[in-house]
Write a protein that binds this ligand. Structure first.
Ligand code: ADP
Ligand code: MG
Length: 868
């Protein structure tokens, strides 16, 4: 036995939407079948039933009522699923055979438009990725709700893709099936994205070609095509609000890789992965949702052009200097609606009269904002005013058309104003007159019949009627009144006169509702023509919002405008950590100076736990990010350089949150920094080398510092608890020791969090213990053990094993002391080994390669030792 025709129809449609829940419309329900039903019943906690489908086994089934489907859809989307909505596309009454059904929309995490599924202050991105060699990637992402699309090329391999995606509100990514499996897994597991596929044969539909006009690079074009094709095939509705793809030249922005974004807590805190406790949390004083979204975008891409940075800073200064005017602007901005998302909904055809009313109200604020901007003294702000097109003709249109208190529905009338359309006015006149006439008739009939409780009513089934209570029935003039309906306590009648009027009124009402709907669609089309202008306005408004936010937060938190000097140096007086100073409640943050210049570009920071090393390092990075997005910074004075990249590495033991506490990860991260940093970069290495044994860790830490010092010259802050490393200052000219120490005040150990020049006291641990009041005998004993350990450690390494790590010396000596009877042969082998090591390209090796090479090396050395 085969499936019933309807099940065959279902299976045919489902075959095209394998990775989605298919919501199959059956009367008032959306039904799901087979695996879909089982999974949906589980995810949505609804009852799983079954139905006969023509075969012996019953088919698993579950369903949701169509009028409440939205919440179920939302729940599935939030879990990362896709939902295909399959509707009946012909009238069941007239259909021959099975009603025709089609998928009318595919709702996916990256393409939602529905207001209640979107976060106001967050973008919602759909991305696409394309690569031919798994090294260079074309990447594009779009926010359907706002219509913006960005495209960028990434040449630094997979980590750069992950960094780009990390912490960005990307929900779904379109890829080609041939993308490397491990990459796919990363996208699902690490980035928690929904994957969608397109095949690369498909052609971009004509109307979408203009969207990629400015994109010249082939790889990027391809990524954009994948993105737009997917939209075209899934959305099946107007997406005219999509703006041209903007190519983002990544070289124009500071690079913040994934680890830095996370460690510096730019937009999310590490502990709870939420906005609270992040830099964004501190500096977000925007008042519009558009502004909040833009601020986040700016923060994720600090600028590199000094000119652009200064332009933003000039505008912030302008807002900063005039408090009263700024407050007025803030007040006006508060009543501006989300114009970006409104534009998207206009294009989609799902705005109602209330949305347009809000648009009108927003537009009516624009002239005053323009005027307020003109009241600022700074020309850069007046320039902003000039750029604003207040779109007053659009406002006028909405003003005269849209009613002041329209209902949500656009099909039930009362959405347009009187006087907007003559025909509509006529219908309304008939209808209203009719209603007046009925009121008059009621009065008249009361008089004529002497029935005080007589009333005229209306219901949808019976139309107008005259109602007389049972007690008064004997007064009814039966010659004129015709019985229509009997209730328990009353009878309802109609008269010829009333019947005629009813027909007129109902016709007018019906026509007026129809006409209103038609007129509304026309108005919506007119608004549609304004979408580009509205998007431009939205862009300006959100920019003004972000700038005022910077000014507001700078004033409130006592920030200072940074300056940029020619020399690549940092001179911060009384610098503070913007977030920690905010979360600290009772006590206040201790400011410290930070100095880095061309001569001394590395700082080695020593000091006990909890003294403030990590804080000091991060506050420098955050200050630089703030400055390069155009915000003032937390310091008394700030002279900065423009940094091209920031790298942040945290020693494994400190990196509690990510769960990736392996030393390997730490080394991979360090490797990444070393590979990509330049002399214009900032590197923060916080307790690197901590995740392995002391000697390993120390050796690596030292080697990494030397490498950066000698080969990169990046500004570097390095914190360590290996006190031994402080002696590096003698060899590395560009390095300076600084430290934080614990102090005793009234017999108690306190951290003053003050940075001092020079290295920390060697035995600060024991010192702290002493301050903490541990018995003196214990302290003495600890000191004794320390000295013993120190001498012993010197001895425990046999001369043969002792590797001198200072690569400053041109000629590297592998063996410190040569055995007196070493033969020429051994010497030659030694030279060979040295030559071999010299040839290694450590940075290109996989860890496994390195292990193998070390193993070989050890074998050779063992052989040599045996012969000595
Ligand atoms: P370390 O890295 O040396 O172990 P942290 O930088 O993590 O220390 O700082 C530990 C705590 O000390 C911080 O969470 C903060 O509460 C406090 N702290 C650090 N620096 C300062 C400062 N400059 N002023 C006030 N409190 C600070
Ligand atoms: Mg620390």
């Amino acid at each position: 036995m085969g499936y019933t025709p309807m099940m065959q129809q279902y299976l045919k449609i489902k075959a095209d939407y394998k990775d989605s829940f298919l919501f199959f419309r059956l009367g008032d329900f959306y039904e799901m079948f087979f695996e879909d039903a089982k999974k949906a019943a589980e995810e949505l906690e609804i009852t799983l039933t079954s139905r006969d489908g023509g075969k012996d086994d019953r088919i698993p089934m579950c369903g949701v009522p169509h009028h409440s489907a939205e919440n179920y859809i939302k729940a599935l989307i939030e879990k990362g699923y896709k939902v295909a909505i399959c509707e009946q596309v012909e009238d069941p009454k007239t259909a021959k055979g099975v009603v025709k059904r089609e998928v009318v929309q595919l709702i996916t995490p990256g393409t939602i438009m529905e207001g209640n599924m979107l976060e106001d202050k967050e973008n919602n991105y759909l991305a696409a990725l394309y690569s031919i060699n798994n090294q260079t990637f074309g990447f594009a992402y779009t926010d359907m709700s706002t219509g913006e699309t960005s495209a960028m090329k990434m040449v630094n391999g997979w980590p750069s893709v992950l960094s780009e995606i990390y912490n960005r509100p990307i929900k779904e990514i379109v890829i080609e099936d041939k993308l490397d499996e491990s990459f796919k897994n990363d996208l699902i597991d690490k980035m928690q994205l929904t994957l969608s596929y397109v095949n690369d044969q498909t052609q971009l539909p004509d109307q979408m070609i203009p969207l990629i006009e400015g994109v010249n690079d082939e790889l990027l074009q391809h990524a954009c095509k994948i993105l737009f094709q997917y939209l075209y095939h899934t959305q099946k509705r107007s997406i005219d609000h999509l703006k041209k793809a903007q190519v983002i030249e990544l070289e124009e922005y500071m690079t913040l890789d994934m680890y830095s974004k996370r460690n510096l807590e730019i937009t999310h805190s590490m502990m709870r992965n939420e906005k609270y406790g992040s830099l964004l949390w501190v500096i977000d004083r925007t008042v519009t949702a558009m502004g909040a979204r833009k601020l986040k975008k700016w923060l994720e891409r600090p600028l590199l052009s000094r000119q652009h940075i200064n332009r933003r800073l000039d505008m912030v200064t302008g807002f900063y200097d005039q408090f009263m005017e700024r407050e007025s602007i803030r007040e006006s901005l508060r009543s501006i609606y989300d114009l970006e998302r409104l534009s998207g909904r206009v294009s989609f055809g799902n705005v109602n009269a209330r949305d347009l009313l809000q648009l009108k109200n927003s537009l009516s604020k624009i002239p005053s904002i323009k005027q307020l901007l003109n009241e600022f003294n700074h020309q850069v702000i007046k320039d902003l005013a000039d750029k604003i097109d207040p779109l007053q003709d659009l406002k006028m249109l909405l003003e005269k058309s849209i009613a002041e208190d329209p209902p949500i529905s656009i099909t039930e009338g009362n959405i347009l104003k009187d006087g907007y359309n003559e025909k509509l006015d006529q219908y309304r006149h008939v209808s209203r007159n009719g209603k007046d006439w009925i009121a008059a008739l009621e009065r008249q009939e009361k008089e004529n019949t002497n029935i005080k409780s007589l009333k005229i009513g209306y219901n949808k089934v019976f139309g107008y009627y005259i109602e007389v209570t049972r007690a008064n029935l004997h007064l009814v003039p039966n010659d004129r009144y015709e019985r229509k309906q009997t209730l328990t306590n009353a009878e309802r009648y109609i008269t010829n006169e009333l019947k005629e009027k009813e027909a007129l009124i109902l016709e007018a009402d019906e026509k007026s509702v129809d006409l209103e709907y038609q007129l509304f669609l026309l108005i919506r089309d007119k608004v549609k023509a304004y979408i580009p202008a509205l998007q431009k306005l939205a862009d300006l408004i959100s920019e003004i919002d972000v700038l005022q936010s910077f000014a507001t937060v700078s004033e409130e938190n006592n920030y200072i405008r940074p300056t940029f000097s020619e020399a690549h140096q940092v001179k911060l007086e009384e610098s503070r950590h913007p977030v920690i100073e905010k979360v600290m409640k009772s006590e206040s943050f201790v400011p410290n100076d930070i100095l880095l210049d061309e001569d001394k570009f590395m700082l080695l920071i020593t000091g006990p736990n909890m003294s403030g090393k990590s804080t000091y390092m991060r506050q420098l990075a955050l200050t630089i990010v703030m400055a390069q997005v155009g915000c003032f910074v937390p310091a008394k004075t700030a002279e900065l350089a423009v940094f091209d990249q920031i790298f942040t590495r945290i020693g494994a033991a400190d990196d509690l949150v990510s769960g990736q506490s392996t030393f390997m990860v730490e080394m991979l991260e360090a490797n990444h920094a070393i590979h990509h940093a330049t002399s214009k970069s900032l590197i923060l290495l916080d307790e690197i080398g901590r995740g392995t044994s002391t000697y390993d860790g120390m050796a690596l830490a030292q080697a990494i510092m030397e490498y950066i010092h000698n080969n990169i010259g990046a500004k570097t802050l390095f914190s360590t608890h290996y006190h031994e490393l402080t002696s590096l200052e003698e060899n590395l000219n560009g390095l300076r020791n600084i430290h934080v120490r614990a102090e005793e005040i009234n017999g108690e150990v306190v951290f003053l969090h003050q940075i001092h020049q020079g290295a920390a006291d060697e035995s600060y641990g024991i010192h702290v213990a002493q301050l903490a009041g541990l018995p003196q005998v214990l302290i003495d004993r600890a000191n004794l053990i320390l000295t013993q350990l120190e001498t012993k450690s010197g001895e425990s390494v046999s001369p043969e094993q002792k590797v001198v790590l200072t690569s400053q010396q041109e000629q590297m000596t592998l063996f410190v002391e040569e055995s007196s009877d070493s033969s020429k042969q051994v010497k030659k082998e030694e030279d060979n080994i040295i030559a071999m090591i010299n040839k290694w390209d450590i940075l290109e090796m996989t860890p496994m390669d390195a292990m193998n090479k070390l193993y070989d090396l050890q074998k050779k050395v063992k052989g040599m030792k045996g012969r000595k």
